[in-house]
Design a protein around this ligand. Structure first.
Ligand SMILES: Nc1ncnc2c1ncn2[C@@H]1O[C@H](COP(=O)(O)OP(=O)(O)OP(=O)(O)O)[C@@H](O)[C@H]1O
Length: 317
């Protein structure tokens, strides 16, 4: 079932730019420039792009904060701007830079207020809260005023707040920004668990590509307001010919002229005792087999292609 649908969605902003010493000119910026996208129920989609690509503008149109300049958008079968109130009951939103919690109230009180605002059944609210408190380890600071929470603690509170009314779609904008490694892991595991249920559709915007790698099978990359990639991370690697790298440590220097079909020797270090190969397809076994036959292999490591590299190449192209 399609949960999010965008047809030729666009958003233009009119900005005033300097044109000479005293003159200012109006110019139109196409922040979102004709996006077509369908997202199915239960999908976990990474929505990424360089600064200014149009990610936040898209999320704002999906959540009914901004009116599109053209095209069409529907979320849960509703039009976000005119049906914003109805849609709010079915959406959860976490914007890393903004809070939906009450600053002066203990976390527990914020959650209680949200129960009333969204008119959640007490038993459902209690069950969801129990689950979030357990998975996100919130118990120790439920009675702490939000203003006294660390960023990581607050973010875990934000996630809980976004989920207490049982939304069908969760929009996350930079949910791990500024978090330490432990908090990042906690948030990622929590989201992975949530995604695994298949009930919640998740759209995640982030500059931390490890979030995407951990959570999203589908990656949508936008640039200048347009979709430049829609597919898996593996498809992106294939598109850019990313290779796995095999690094071997040898007892004796690598023999001159050592070749294996499909493996490209990229460096030799430590006086020939360490060699690195870029691999096409499943050639690691062949390289390792040849080196083992020479009784030379001491250690090895296989490095998967780096998502940062491939995305940087996409942004630069
Ligand atoms: N209210 C606005 N008025 C004028 N221009 C705007 C406005 N909001 C966004 N823009 C412009 O629209 C383009 C897209 O901005 P947007 O915030 O959607 O990008 P983004 O992909 O979220 O970037 P970032 O990763 O830096 O948060 C940018 O060129 C930005 O300057």
């Amino acid at each position: 079932m399609t949960v999010i649908k965008m047809d030729q969605l666009r958003k233009d902003f009119t900005v005033r730019v300097k044109a000479g010493r005293f003159r200012r000119e109006k110019r139109t910026v196409a922040a979102v420039d004709g996006i077509d996208l369908s997202i199915e129920r239960g999908e976990m989609v990474g929505y990424i792009g360089p600064n200014g690509a149009g990610k936040s503008t898209t999320l704002k149109m999906l959540t009914g904060v901004l009116t599109p300049s053209g095209g069409h958008v529907s979320v849960c079968g509703l039009e976000p701007v005119p049906q914003r109130t109805r849609l709010a009951l079915r959406l959860g939103v976490v914007f890393g830079q903004r809070s939906q919690l009450w600053w002066d109230l203990p976390l527990r009180e914020s959650f209680r207020l949200l129960k009333h605002i969204y008119r959640v059944r007490p038993d459902e609210h209690a069950a969801r809260l129990r689950r979030c408190v357990g998975l996100l380890d919130l118990e120790a600071f439920l009675d702490t005023p939000v203003r006294q929470l660390s960023l990581g603690q607050r973010m875990r509170g934000e996630l809980t707040a976004a989920l207490l009314h049982g939304p069908e779609v969760l929009f996350l904008d930079e949910p791990t920004i500024g978090l330490d490694v432990v908090s990042k892991q906690a948030v990622r595991s929590f989201l992975a668990e949530l995604g695994a249920t298949g009930d919640v559709t998740l759209v995640l915007t982030t500059h931390d590509l490890a979030d995407i790698e951990r959570l999203c099978r589908r990656l949508v990359v936008i640039d200048h307001g347009r979709v430049v990639h829609d597919g898996t991370i593996e498809a992106l690697h294939t598109r850019y010919g990313s290779r796995r790298r095999l690094v071997v440590d040898l007892d004796a220097p690598l023999p001159t002229g050592f070749t294996v079909e499909g493996a490209t020797l990229v460096s030799v270090e430590a006086e020939g005792h360490r060699a690195s190969f870029d691999l096409a397809g499943d050639t690691a076994g062949a390289v390792v087999g040849r080196l083992a036959a020479l009784s030379s292999l001491r250690d090895l490591s296989l490095v998967e292609p780096d998502i940062e590299d491939v995305v940087a190449r996409l942004y630069a192209s």
